[in-house]
Design a protein around this ligand. Structure first.
Ligand code: NCD
Ligand code: ZN
Ligand code: ZN
Length: 430
């Protein structure tokens, strides 16, 4: 195959460690074919799919069923998460044998209403997963804080979209990150903080890293590019957990990506159907919106503006996720040659995001109308075109593979003892 890439840039395909492809369970929102097609158009060659489908992926049978669905439909490579909760602690070994890429622990309520473990159950879960070396990804919002606030706001009759932000102030996330970091420190568990939305969360994250906790973090385009003014513009469409916050949070998040406090960009691609996003009562609007297809163009638009370098972007979008989940160098770099996952992008293409044109079934997002100056033109997974000249390669359907087979996590971290914790406590006091 001869390809003219004159004037284009060749980058490693992006690895998006946080997508919701809704399969099985919610075909009106997305399925594995539409979701991975959207990924292909977005230059994303590997996705990690979240377990809040129907049924919830919290046992080996449900995981095996999802593997079948994904392998039949996927255009790009994928990893599958399983829920780590009170009812799945006993299934951890079976889930690992069944090929999970990692575990997802819900510290707070979000779409799918998966119960949050108590702190005691979380400690137990961390203890069980820690020796396996698998990473635990956290929806780090503390249930008890936000549920009480939301109930009070609802009771007061507040239905303007911005009330959603008031229901989940940053302290809800700060408390959760700090608590999870303490439990990870005791148990040696590896953890990953999903969708970091606020400047305030960066402090417990940076402190835990400095103490040697194996903690990583992601932020998403919505927290880097959207702010409180978008609630007026997009109403319920911009509603997402955690919420889009005030503009003052954006630059600290960019700085944290630059200095490595935040390791990567993921999208939290969370599609919902238009009627589910436009209900008049804001509290009944489903939270989340698509993003897997627009992450690369929108982030590269910021790179074009000089916000960071293209090497920074490759680190955040491909190299760091590959290293952190033990896929490097099979994924996350071009150096593997003909087996590489590649995106060929035009960094001089002016266009405007149009919800009607996106591959995702959820044709509604707060990205609508946004100007971009970059566009993926070809996407190649393990040497095979999945998107060529902005056309989906139908024959690539079902060629995506689960990456758990190539995952090599480093040996498990040792758990701390009471004496090492005492030393840590004295450092914190000093
Ligand atoms: C996600 C979804 O819809 O599954 N929604 C969201 O607002 N982010 C769940 C989640 O990631 O919390
Ligand atoms: Zn979440
Ligand atoms: Zn999510």
């Amino acid at each position: 195959q001869i390809l003219d890439a004159t004037g284009l840039h060749i980058l490693p395909g992006a690895i998006d460690v946080h997508v919701h492809f809704r399969d099985p369970g919610y075909p009106q929102k997305e399925d594995f074919a539409s979701g991975t097609a959207a990924a292909a158009f977005g230059g994303v060659t590997t996705v990690f799919d979240m377990p809040n489908t129907l049924p919830t992926i919290n046992n080996a049978e449900a995981l095996a069923d999802k593997h079948k669905i994904a392998s039949a439909k996927a255009y790009v490579d994928y990893g599958l998460y399983a829920v780590l909760g009170e009812d799945s602690i006993e299934h951890v070994d079976a889930l690992i044998d069944g090929g999970v890429i990692g575990f997802k622990l819900y510290m707070g309520n979000t779409f799918g209403r998966i119960p949050s473990p108590t702190t005691g159950a979380m400690l137990e879960a961390f203890e069980v997963v820690s020796p396996t070396g698998k990473r635990i990804s956290l929806h780090a919002e503390t249930n008890s804080i936000m549920e009480r606030r939301e109930a009070r706001l609802r009771a007061s009759g507040r239905i303007e979209p911005i009330a959603h932000l008031a229901a989940r102030p940053a302290v809800v996330a700060v408390e959760a990150v700090a608590r999870a970091a303490i439990l990870a420190e005791w148990t040696g568990a590896r953890i990953h903080v999903l969708h970091i939305s606020s400047a305030a969360e960066l402090q417990p994250l940076a402190e835990a890293k400095a103490r040697g906790v194996d903690i990583t973090g992601e932020t998403c385009p919505q927290y880097l590019l959207l702010d409180e003014t978008d609630y007026d513009k997009f109403r319920g469409v911009v509603r997402v957990n955690p919420p889009v916050r005030e503009k003052a949070n954006q630059q600290p998040l960019w700085n944290a990506l630059m200095d490595g406090t935040v390791d990567m960009i993921a999208t939290d691609h969370a599609p919902h159907a238009p009627d589910e996003k436009t209900r008049p009562d804001i509290w009944t609007v489903d939270c989340g919106f698509p993003g897997v297809e627009t992450q690369m163009p929108l982030m590269l638009t910021e790179i074009n503006k000089g916000r960071a370098t293209i090497n920074d972007y490759v680190r955040w979008s491909a190299e760091s996720p590959a290293k952190i989940w033990g896929l490097y160098p099979r994924k996350g770099t071009l150096t593997v040659g003909s087996d590489a996952d590649i995106v060929i992008v035009d960094l001089k293409r002016e266009w405007t995001v149009d919800d009607a044109m996106i591959q995702s079934r959820a044709k509604i997002s707060p990205w609508h109308g946004r100007k971009a100056s970059a566009l993926p033109i070809h996407t190649i997974v393990r040497g095979r075109f999945v998107m060529k000249n902005r056309i989906l390669q139908e024959k690539a359907r079902g060629t995506g593979q689960s990456v758990h087979a190539i995952q090599q996590m480093p040996p498990a971290m040792p758990a701390n003892t009471d004496s090492t914790m005492a030393a840590i406590t004295s450092v914190q006091k000093a």
